[in-house]
Design a protein around this ligand. Structure first.
Ligand SMILES: Cc1ncc(COP(=O)(O)O)c(C=O)c1O
Length: 415
């Protein structure tokens, strides 16, 4: 039966019902060959991925009625079910409803968006802040404004995928420098000293898969010497370091030297969303031209309420981050005493170096059977040959939990 496209304005409901429905047949299956091929390849290399369903969230959860220690949660301060955080989310929900209903530049900006931005700016020590739909979007929406086709971006080798995607989207020339190696960065800056256009250095303060810390003061000095802007991703240092959890840029007094301090509300703030702290002028430009800010619906009220609630907790209990780091130190000490390599971790993120993809995966599965969840992180998330178990310590983990887990992990890895 044919279908006359030219007459489609005249078809009736009945016509639609009898219109031919394409059958899934041989040709459709053949078109999927490339998909099957790619999936098989990933499987054969020990790189198969799937989203497993968990019945609960948090650092200690119940799975099939059994207590399980979850070392793969980024809810570092265990605020996901904190009463005050949930109350503030509920208040915002009651006051404004489910959604913001429009993009920020149309009618989506609510008083709580601006309240949160003012609060982030104050805590981070910047003039201004701007909230985005997620951390991924904050990176995408900011890097593409800071740098364009004629510009240069100097990125630490291990920066998060969201920053790299943003660099690619910006069209700027991307120059990588060896991880946390200030001399390597300086060499790169010298190499391009005469190039015209803007220069932007990007790094993380606490690295997401290594848990090590960037030499921010030295990087900031180079940025100043070579007239480059500096953007620091504080996804994993917000809430976990600095006064009132304000992060490492603040702790090290580098607010004036760091052009943009970026962060997410999805880790220690326990919810969802992203932000950047910067000058008022830069915020104005982002509002004016950041596509990831403009062409998307404003983050929903409950999410913003939750972020405000988390910041209330940071302020009321300013030592939470320090307690978390003390617990992480203790756990690292246990692993070292058992002969394990935690790479250069200096934070609540503790990798255990394994190397081989399949071995890391097998260890992760073996530990899961013992009630310990720690994800095997494999390429492309980390460089080839550096597969690891990634442990996130959270305040839900008590000393007993840490000791039990360390013992089991040491035994499994040593075997
Ligand atoms: C370093 C880093 N930057 C950015 C992001 C993206 O943040 P979000 O999950 O809020 O999109 C993440 C994590 O997902 C991250 O680890």
């Amino acid at each position: 039966m044919g279908y006359d496209v030219r007459n489609n304005l005249h078809i009736t409901k009945y016509d639609l019902r009898v219109a031919p429905i394409p059958q899934v047949g041989e040709s459709a299956a053949m078109n999927e060959n490339w998909i099957t091929q790619q999936l098989d390849e990933a499987k054969n290399n020990g790189l198969e991925r799937a989203a497993r369903v968990y019945p609960e969230v948090g650092g200690v959860i119940k799975v099939d009625g059994k207590e399980v220690l979850n070392f793969s949660s980024n809810d570092y301060l265990d605020l996901g079910r904190h009463r005050h955080v949930m109350d503030r989310a509920r208040e915002a929900l009651d006051q404004y409803g489910i959604g913001s209903t429009a993009s920020r530049l149309v009618t989506g900006t609510l008083p709580i968006h601006e309240e949160l931005e003012a609060r982030i700016a104050k805590e981070k020590g910047y003039e201004s802040a701007l909230v985005f739909g997620s951390g991924y979007m904050a990176n995408a929406g900011t890097i593409t404004v800071l740098a364009g086709r004629d510009d240069l971006i100097f990125a630490d080798k291990l920066v998060h995928a969201s920053m790299i995607d943003a660099c690619k989207l910006s069209g700027a020339k991307l120059v990588r420098w060896a991880h946390n190696d200030v001399q390597a960065l300086e060499k790169r800056l010298q190499q391009y000293a005469d190039s015209k256009g803007r220069k932007l250095i990007i790094t993380e303060s606490v690295f997401s898969m290594d848990g090590d810390i960037a030499p921010l003061k030295e990087i900031a000095e180079l940025a100043s010497n070579y007239e480059a802007m500096l953007m620091v991703d504080e996804a994993h240092s917000t809430g976990t370091f600095g006064p009132n959890g304000a992060g490492l840029v603040r702790e090290l007094g580098q607010e004036k030297a760091v052009t943009v301090s970026m962060g997410t509300m999805s880790k220690a703030m326990a919810g969802y969303g992203g932000y950047v702290a910067c000058t008022s002028n830069l915020r104005k430009l982002l509002v004016h031209s950041s596509r990831a800010f403009i062409y998307t619906t404003a983050p929903p009220p409950a999410v913003i309420g939750a972020a405000l609630g988390a910041m209330d907790v940071f302020e009321a209990s300013p030592r939470l981050g320090y307690i978390l780091q003390a617990n992480a130190d203790y756990f690292r000490g246990l692993l070292h005493a058992g002969g394990l390599d935690t790479m250069d971790s200096q934070s609540q993120i503790i990798p255990i170096a394994i190397g081989d993809n399949e071995k890391a995966l097998a260890l992760s599965q073996q530990l899961r059977e013992q009630g310990i969840i720690c994800a095997a992180i494999r390429p492309p998330t980390v460089p080839a040959g550096t597969a690891r178990l990634r442990i996130s310590i959270t305040l839900a983990h008590l000393v007993d939990h840490l000791e039990f887990a360390a013992k089991a992990i040491i035994k499994a890895v040593k075997k």
